[in-house]
Ligand binder design. Structure first.
Ligand SMILES: NC(=O)c1ccc[n+]([C@@H]2O[C@H](COP(=O)([O-])OP(=O)(O)OC[C@H]3O[C@@H](n4cnc5c(N)ncnc54)[C@H](OP(=O)(O)O)[C@@H]3O)[C@@H](O)[C@H]2O)c1
Length: 316
């Protein structure tokens, strides 16, 4: 199969096109013929070796954790899918080697789901990782529910594009941060208030809107943004980060709860996400579609940190 690989950690110029053996599905696995692969910041972080303490890596390594495509083969015991079913999956495995920047990828069947009937492949490839992350951070971890308020950092990014919509679909009031050029985009996604983080202090601006503080902050930036985020929460509120681990001491000192979330594959949640999409309650983010051969440029663009919505690679 045709794939993009790296042979060691380094810059984007290490990404090269290669011919690799097509993987065979093991018992309980689905072989997906990848039509489109989503690009996420974690792809360039892996390439640069930033996840070495978390996962074993093996080379040649095919990057990419988001896939949409069709079922090409079924491993022993898989009864929930048929050949040619249109599926999507968040393809993180216990060890990092066989990703989605390739014509085929295997995944355990329980992590795979039918993609939304109303989506094409490029739209579907944009959602699994960011959708599951935001679902697990906002609902499973922070317990966001109807009537609550949430501050979502980076509302225009891949994560933000889904988080704003999921929070709204749950009946929350959403404040999101973005630079001025992205305010119309984030407002169209459903945000009730959009703050220009380049021109105003998000702590003061959020407190001006909600003097008692918000119920949940979703930190997608880390560092100083995380450190300042405790101060926008109400007593007992929840700070959930997907970038840095919040300080338990600082959270206790100001009387809030905190957690770091690293997204886990979950076919059931993908099915719920597909239902929200097909009900018209979640729509695709803005998408920059690039050919698989331009994976290096796609990762450079992602690393720049100002993509609106998602980058997706067209594989087939
Ligand atoms: N732990 C996990 O499981 C997990 C899962 C997914 C992602 N992540 C991490 O979460 C982070 C965000 O991911 P992503 O996919 O959303 O990234 P992304 O799509 O690359 O985010 C780009 C967006 O960030 C905005 N932005 C940049 N700096 C900002 C700031 N200081 N304040 C507000 N917005 C800012 C930009 O908007 P403007 O152009 O308007 O500035 C741009 O639209 C990454 O570090 C990623 O690795 C972690």
């Amino acid at each position: 199969m045709r794939a993009i690989v790296i042979d060691g950690f380094g810059g984007a110029d290490r990404l090269r096109s290669a011919e690799l053996p097509t993987p065979a599905p093991s018992s309980g696995e689905v072989l997906i013929r990848v039509a489109c692969a989503g690009v996420n910041p974690v792809d360039w972080k892996i390439r640069e070796g930033m996840l070495q303490t978390q996962f074993q890596h093996h080379f040649p390594l095919v990057p990419g954790w988001d896939a949409a495509g069709t079922v090409a083969a079924l491993g022993e015991g898989v009864a929930d899918f048929a050949i040619n079913d249109r599926v999507w999956a968040y393809c993180r495995k216990p060890e990092v080697q066989w990703g989605c920047y390739a014509e085929f990828v295997t995944m355990p069947a329980e992590a795979v789901a039918m993609m939304p009937a109303s989506f094409d492949f490029e739209q579907a490839a944009a959602l699994p990782l960011v959708g599951l992350t935001s679902w697990q951070a906002l609902f499973d971890t922070a317990g966001l529910r109807e009537g609550q308020t949430v501050l979502i950092h980076a509302g225009a990014g891949g994560i933000g594009s889904l988080a704003v919509q999921l929070a709204k679909s749950a009946g929350a009031t959403v404040i999101a941060t973005a630079s001025a050029g992205n305010h119309a985009y984030v407002g169209d996604l459903g945000a009730d208030h959009v703050l220009d983080y380049t021109a105003e202090d998000f702590v003061a601006a959020t407190r001006a809107l909600f003097p008692d503080g918000v119920d949940v902050v979703y930190d997608t930036i880390g560092g100083d943004v995380l450190r300042r985020s405790y101060r926008v929460l109400r007593q007992g509120g929840f700070l959930v980060s997907i970038v840095d681990t919040p300080s338990a001491d600082e959270a206790a000192r100001v009387g809030v709860r905190q957690a770091f979330v690293f997204v886990a594959p979950n076919g059931d949640q993908l099915r719920q996400l597909a239902a929200l999409v097909d009900a018209g309650r979640v729509r695709p983010p803005a998408i920059t579609l690039m050919p698989l051969d331009e994976a290096a440029d796609a990762q450079r663009l992602s690393r720049h940190g100002h993509v609106r919505g998602k980058i997706v690679l067209k594989v087939a």
